[in-house]
Design a binder for this molecule. Structure first.
Ligand code: ZN
Length: 397
């Protein structure tokens, strides 16, 4: 007999259905049928999708962003931390995580989860393609010799995309501006030439990899739009003149609100350089984002969470921040973290909804979070199911 929940209210990723009998088999939802409410006070929502995370940081307290952990820790050991982060995020209801600066480590852990070697959430891994002195490159201190790969011509970009495809990445990450945590660059630096970006996007799309573009500046957003990327990350410098093009392209934008606020606020071992940069990029962000949301720009849940900035469960706080800033209903915010986030990854017909034929990823919660996001907190989560298996908590009944 298939596992089931007999009579529980379902919010399906778009709208609320009354009490339903939810039946699944392995990783597939078999049926969702009307039923008497046997669990009043509880409800089921789809597992959340965070389109922008970074999992290769230490899960142990005490390691700060400026420290040597990423440089001195062997990949074998990093893999344990990546898996531990993924499971801790999953315990807060996030059953799909896209790591936007993946190495072979995230790809390997994602594969182990996919194959059932370990029970875990869906971990999508996007390999970075960036230039020497670009945002990605300068996460490693400038004089350090052992550096991740960079690409400094259209041909090198194509080769690096192909290497990621060979490795098993599910997407590519590019940069069209400088960034905040990188050491010694400026946010306003253009990253790569148009020809390099065009080659990367063309090669990625030829190999069926989606391209996510890190862009803080208006120039970087223009380049990303013109070159046909599949999502824009941060977008803090968005201008009113860009709203129409973003809407016309139906471009998903990951707003990464809380991390930029946290870094701007400083403390927690953050370098002064990073705080200063973050204060600059958030200075004009909120009114621009509010206007963008009003104009119909497609914001989806993308937090940049790494377990240290935006900690485990921080996605739920990010959603509340998005609701408030964008002047959304709770339901609209949840759409941005479920069905629309999945659609933004090209997975809208299999993920992000509680419906027949979809993957069996869902969360049992106390309350009605689509009516009030205050009800969506980690301690109110009763069970997290991913691929049909309970990853955290316990199914009711
Ligand atoms: Zn990021």
């Amino acid at each position: 007999m298939n596992p089931s929940l007999e009579g529980i209210t379902i919010w399906d990723g778009v709208s609320v259905a009354g009490p339903r009998r939810l039946e699944w088999s392995g990783d597939r939802i078999e049926s969702v049928q009307p039923a008497d409410d046997r669990f009043p006070g509880l409800s089921v929502i789809p597992g959340l999708v965070d389109t922008h995370v970074h999992l290769d940081t230490s899960v142990l307290d005490g390691a700060g962003p400026g420290d040597a952990w990423p440089l001195v820790t062997p990949d074998e050991e990093k893999a344990m931390h990546v898996a531990a982060h993924a499971l801790r995020f999953a315990a807060s209801g996030v059953t799909t995580l896209r790591d936007l600066a993946a190495t072979s480590v995230q790809i390997a852990v994602g594969r182990a989860f996919d194959q059932g070697v370990l029970d875990g959430p869906r971990l999508l891994a996007s390999g970075p393609v960036g230039m020497t002195a670009g945002h990605g490159d300068l996460f490693t201190p400038p004089r350090f010799r052992d550096r991740p790969p960079v690409a400094d011509s259209p041909d090198e970009c194509r080769r690096l995309v192909r290497q990621w495809a060979r490795e098993g990445a599910s997407g590519i990450k590019i940069y069209t501006s400088g960034g905040i945590f990188s050491m010694g660059d400026r946010v306003g630096w253009r990253n790569q030439t148009r020809a390099e970006i065009a080659a990367t996007v063309d090669e990625a799309h030829a190999l069926q990899l989606r391209v996510a573009a890190h862009a803080h500046t208006a120039e970087g957003i223009d380049i990303a739009l013109a070159e046909g990327v599949d999502s824009i990350e941060h977008a803090t410098g968005v201008t009113e003149e860009q709203f129409a093009a973003l809407v016309a392209a139906d471009m998903p934008v990951g707003p990464t609100l809380l991390i930029n606020d946290q870094v701007a606020a400083g403390g927690n071992g953050i370098r002064a350089e990073s705080s200063e940069k973050a204060r600059d990029v958030v200075a004009g962000r909120d009114p621009a984002f509010r206007a963008a949301a009003r104009a119909g720009v497609r914001f989806v849940l993308g937090t940049d969470a790494n377990g240290r900035f935006v900690r485990h469960g921080g996605q739920l706080d990010e959603l509340r921040a998005m609701q408030q800033l964008f002047d959304w209903t709770a339901e609209r915010a949840l759409v941005s973290a479920t069905s629309d986030a999945a659609a933004s990854l090209g997975l809208g017909s299999s993920l992000g909804r509680v419906a027949e034929g979809y993957h069996a990823d869902f969360v049992v919660v106390r309350g009605r979070p689509w009516e009030s996001l205050d009800e969506l907190t980690t301690d109110r989560i009763v069970a997290v199911v991913s691929r049909g298996r309970v990853l955290a908590g316990q199914l009711p009944g």
